[in-house]
Design a binder for this molecule. Sequence first.
Ligand SMILES: Nc1ncnc2c1ncn2[C@@H]1O[C@H](COP(=O)(O)OP(=O)(O)OP(=O)(O)O)[C@@H](O)[C@H]1O
Length: 320
Amino acid sequence: MEPPSATGEEAAPVIATRGLTKRYRGGQLAVDGLDLTVPAGSVFGFLGPNGSGKTTTIRMLMGLIDPTSGTAHVLGRPMPGATRAVLPEVGALIEGPALYGFLSGRDNLLRYDSADPAADPRTRRARTAAALERVGLAAAGSKKARAYSLGMKQRLGLAAALLRPRRLLVLDEPTNGLDPQGMREIRGLIRELAADGTTVFLSSHLLDEIEQVCTHAAVMTRGRLVVQGAVADLSAGARGRLAVTTPDPADAARVLGEQGVTGLTVTGGTVTGEPPARDLAEVNAALVAAGVRVRGFTLERASLEDAFVALTGEGFDVAG
Ligand SMILES: Nc1ncnc2c1ncn2[C@@H]1O[C@H](COP(=O)(O)OP(=O)(O)OP(=O)(O)O)[C@@H](O)[C@H]1O
């Protein structure tokens, strides 16, 4: 990767793909012409329902499988050609860590590090201790891995990815199968790592997870990229829902309908709907003119889900 230029131009992207395509032998087009740009220093959420091509993309980025066509650059180097040079700078947690249950967490890490020809054996113990500390497993380091909870196993996998300083972390569904507490812990760790300047690329099928932890996101459906960019910009592209709080919900719903508000729902004393493309002050004035008593009139912040629905016309409803 090129260093950031002195003219203040943005650093070269950490991941860049052009027309990246994978057709499996059975004929399945898993990834279709993907142009992905992951900025340096971002926490990049790779979002899509199960089967949308996320894992296939990650496997191509890591040089594990060859693309059918198109190119992928990771840290400025072509993949899979530069796999040997690139992978030592990338920490990856893909499809759950491979652990030996009969070894302690610490011994698993020591073993993992000895399998890495680029790792310095003289600093192995210290680096292992630091990685365990980093993921909050210092106290549980001597326990056998088979006694670890799923969350602890995920954290041990992250520790393995952190045995050496990395410029990029690639995490495939890092919170899959964890309980809410475990998810929070992993998200906290991701934020800490990002604060240190590591670019984090993580896949997820959970929209709210991406909103909580990511600065940037790309959305996939059926092997194709729907949209990518800064999370704030993606959400800003969609208008939030209008919410009116009133003791006269039936009248409010009628007037809002006349004013072009669609998708109206009434819940207790709150009426919500999709706002029309006109000045909302007029909508509010119409309510007041019709004698509707308005306690609250707000435009709720648009979520990434609103953006997704606006872009695809589909709900982001996935199983699993
Ligand atoms: N080795 C393979 N051979 C043939 N088809 C495959 C293979 N691996 C994946 N596929 C198919 O490619 C498509 C994309 O799968 P992929 O695993 O990349 O999606 P995903 O978004 O990562 O979903 P998940 O979260 O379920 O892993 C799916 O239709 C899948 O069935």
